[in-house]
Design a protein around this ligand. Structure first.
Ligand code: PGA
Length: 248
């Protein structure tokens, strides 16, 4: 088994001004300081801010991600952005299947699967999001839902370029975080369903500087997908530092 390098990913959603995007990197790298353990950092600004952020991150180890990826290379798909376009401007990652896309924009497993395959076909790495709603958890359906969502990975061509993000919907933006034990149990369940045991599984949902350590102390948790707390460069750096400190 290859060691699973931790990934810390920022999902900025529909936030930040162009000025904030452009000034983030120096503040963040200063707050993060030099890290001796290996790690990957991915930041996903809004589509319109991607070129500016690629430019801002140039010369650093920060990788750039998009928040979605079209299910086709080109064509009549108003409002979509394709994998070749993302690769061309210097994007390395795409987030696919985020619960806000599934819930607010009615993206189902079939569409999300097509987006995933399209992103991988053009060489992108993918953070593929899964997670149950509160209703599903209360109904005892959490594992069933996550297993169904992971089903699209069954015959995916490049599983080594996919990281899973387990994000219980009830923990996203609510301040209610899954306990380390809840996250660990679901990560272990999800890992058993994956095509490769070397795939990384990130936790997402109200990750903050003060809960990052306890979560990352769980060996099943291979990093985070962070929304709200990633908008502040010092806050995101603290999430990473506190998380990594619990591994030493
Ligand atoms: P949150 O969002 O950290 O603000 O809960 C996480 C996500 O939606 O990826």
């Amino acid at each position: 088994m290859t060691p699973r390098t931790p990934i810390f990913a920022a999902n900025w959603k529909m936030n930040q001004t162009l000025k904030e995007v452009s000034s983030f990197v120096p503040k963040f790298t200063e707050a993060l300081g030099r890290q001796t353990t290996s790690l990957e950092i991915v930041i996903a600004p809004a589509f319109v801010h991607l070129p500016a952020f690629v430019n801002a991150a140039d010369g650093t180890s920060i990788q750039v991600g998009a928040q979605n990826c079209a299910p086709a290379k080109s064509g009549a798909f108003t409002g979509e952005v394709s994998a070749p376009m993302l690769v061309e401007i210097g994007c390395q990652w795409a987030i696919v299947g985020h619960s806000e896309r599934r819930q607010l924009f009615a993206e189902d497993d079939a569409l999300v699967g097509n987006r995933l395959r399209a992103a991988l076909a053009d060489g992108l790495q993918v953070i593929f999001c899964v997670g149950e709603t509160l209703e599903e958890r209360r109904g005892g359906l959490a594992e069933q839902v996550v297993a169904r969502q992971l089903g699209v990975l069954k015959d995916v061509a490049h599983p080594e370029r996919v990281a899973i993000a387990y994000e219980p919907v009830w923990a996203i933006g609510t301040g209610e975080v899954a306990t380390p034990a809840q996250a660990r149990d679901m990560h272990a369940f999800a890992r058993a369903k994956l095509p490769s045991k070397d795939m990384r599984i990130l936790y997402g949902g109200s990750v903050k500087p003060d809960n990052a350590g306890a979560l990352l102390a769980e060996p099943e948790i291979d990093g985070f997908l962070v929304g709200g707390a990633s908008l502040d460069p010092v806050g995101f750096a603290s999430v990473i530092r506190n998380g990594l400190a619990s591994r030493r």
